[in-house]
Design a protein. Sequence first.
Length: 80
Amino acid sequence: EAEDEDDYHVLQLIGCMTFLEDGSEFGPVTEVLNLPGQDVLSIKSADGEVLIPFVRQLVPEVDIRNKKMTVIPPAISGTI
């Protein structure tokens, strides 16, 4: 059974603020897209909308209680 920290519905991620690994603010989650195979977060960053697959490699940390999470955008992680 999942621990409380990990026990949340993906729709609760909408409105969470995202941060980069260095602690700088990236932007709020505006939408969760339920695509075949995985959920994708739509984040409104300073550069516009960014889509990030909701997988542990790209979203290593989620603090649902404080509505914030750490993300590694694909352009930064070099996976494109």
